[in-house]
Design a protein around this ligand. Structure first.
Ligand code: NAD
Length: 490
């Protein structure tokens, strides 16, 4: 759907009107485009005492071809390599010393390694970095704070200080505006990685092997509408090797997407296919034409099945044959809104059945038959309605909260087979579903977030692709909102 307000205030005339009337001016978000560089510009890096993730971070920044500079206090910057005595020569010498805090530098991201912060007094270092650096961050820039999962911390003080990072990160998203996204990544301590430890010297290397797919996602325009999120990366059973092709991470994989005929499902199918997967799309028989058209564009396979029909789980398993699937995305969903007093029973039952129970039946069948391969990925589409609840949506919110319960409860069981299961919870996304909303509610949904605009289906799709990534093996049982840091349910 078209956001006419966003288009207007970003036109020359509209920008003048917005300025003179002090109207909010949502930024046109910088999204991933295949014909533009995904990573460019400068990553300004800061760290608290005893940082443990700088090495892994520096490696990723170097591999994606961005320039890194380290905060040296009092608005001074130097190449990250020199500051930590590591990996000299692996970085372009930064042109930036002295001028990152000025106006001309194209600082695309601020990343702070808070992993060593063990006491609340040490949070001063977080203040010093962002106080100096925030104004130099470009519009549509990224803020990433790296910490250690509080619940795994050795002492109450460390737990407390690590937990405090959530408050800083979420507030930075609200303060920064200008299309800037701010997220917190808690990285569990892992074992050593052979790839990392073979490259450099005497410094202790913590593997943190699951960090790369996540850092790439949060530093990329692919994460344009993901802000205010806290992601936990556990110890990954495996990480992509040195010869891994990061441009086609799903090459050779088979992915299934339900509700793929249109909207968010069609976007998911497109993004997974662009990353190398063969996609099988499922949608109701009534949507066969649209499903066929979507699948034709990506050389995918169309299965015209109603996911709620009793025979469907077995039919999906049969259609996927002995090759099975590596990625299953449960996207299909419906709404039948009414306050509970006015809601007819079929409206309750259909929404719970299609949005929740059908997912359970399909997963049970595919897991039992071994159709979903070991090491695979399940990604379910929830909603911020499932987090916050919503007037007139008791059925929908129950189904979407149930989806969250499903990923949390299934994750430990699936870990034995190295299968991850996660949920994305979209906020207001511009689709036919939201186009049906009354105007006032639609406008409120669009503006009540740090980006002051709705997201696009591709924003949800890119987030799902990150969770489906072979490098995201350490992320499971989690819910990531794709909501531009919506105030609803925050
Ligand atoms: P949409 O209505 O545009 O598309 C949903 C697709 O699912 C349709 O193609 C539909 O035919 C298909 N579908 C419905 N019932 C089915 C069934 N029984 N079997 C097979 N396919 C079925 O909706 P959308 O906006 O693209 O939403 C996709 C998902 O995202 C849904 O789960 C929805 O609840 C969730 N979501 C959307 C938003 C938003 O703002 N659009 C926000 C939060 C969550």
């Amino acid at each position: 759907m078209n956001d006419s307000y966003l288009n207007f205030v970003n036109s020359p005339l509209g920008a003048r009107v917005a300025r003179s009337l002090h109207l909010p001016k949502p930024e046109v978000l910088r999204r991933y485009r295949a014909d533009a560089p995904e990573f460019d510009g400068i990553v300004a890096v800061g760290a608290g005492p005893s940082p443990q993730l700088l090495d892994a971070l520096a490696g990723v920044i170097a591999r994606i071809g961005m320039t890194s500079v380290a905060h040296a206090g009092a608005s001074a910057w130097m190449p990250l390599a020199n500051r930590h005595g590591l990996m000299t020569g692996r970085f372009e010498p930064a042109q930036l010393a002295g001028h990152a805090a000025g106006s001309q530098a194209s600082v695309r991201a601020l990343v702070f390694d808070a992993s060593g912060i063990a006491d609340s007094a040490q949070l001063d270092t977080v203040y010093a970095f962002f106080h100096d650096a925030l104004r130099s961050l470009d519009k549509c820039g990224r803020i990433v704070v790296l910490g250690r999962p509080p619940e795994a911390c050795a002492s109450p003080r460390q737990w407390t200080a690590q937990r405090a990072l959530e408050g800083v990160t979420r507030s930075l998203g609200k303060e920064a505006r200008r299309g800037i996204a701010s997220n917190l990544v808690y990285v569990a301590e892992g074992s050593k990685s052979s790839a990392e430890s073979s490259t450099t010297s005497s410094v202790e290397h913590h593997n943190d092997s699951g960090i790369e797919s996540t850092l790439r996602f949060f530093l990329s325009p692919r994460s344009a509408y993901v802000s205010g999120q806290v992601v936990r990366i556990g110890t990954a059973p495996s990480a992509p090797g040195e010869d891994f092709d990061w441009t086609q991470p799903l090459a050779g994989q088979r992915a299934v997407v339900t509700g793929a005929a249109r909207g968010i499902g069609a976007a998911i199918a497109n993004v997974l296919a662009a990353q190398g997967a063969h996609v099988t799309g499922i949608d109701v028989p009534a949507a066969t034409d649209a499903l066929d058209a979507t699948m034709r564009q990506i050389s995918g396979t169309a299965l015209p099945f109603d996911i709620a029909a009793p025979e469907t789980p077995a039919q999906i398993a049969a259609a996927l044959d002995e090759l099975g699937a590596d990625v299953f995305v449960h996207n299909a969903g419906i709404t039948k809104d009414k306050t509970i007093a006015k809601m007819a029973e079929p409206a309750w039952r259909d929404v719970i059945d299609i949005n929740l129970s059908a997912q359970e039946r399909i997963d049970d069948a595919l897991l039992e038959a071994g159709t979903l391969r070991d090491g695979g990925r399940i990604v379910c589409v929830s909603s911020i309605g499932g987090i916050a609840g919503n007037l007139g949506q008791t059925n929908y919110a129950a189904s979407k909260a149930g989806v969250i319960g499903r990923v949390q409860s299934m994750a430990p069981h699936l870990a034995k087979r190295r299968i991850t299961i996660n949920a994305v919870a979209p906020g207001f996304i511009e689709t036919q579903m939201t186009a049906k909303m009354p105007l006032a509610i639609r406008e409120a949904g669009r503006r009540m977030n740090s980006m002051s605009q709705g997201g696009q289906p591709v924003d949800v799709a890119q987030t799902i692709a990150w969770l489906a990534h072979p490098g995201s093996a350490g992320i499971t049982g989690q819910v990531v909102r794709v909501c531009g840091q919506s105030l609803i349910g925050a």
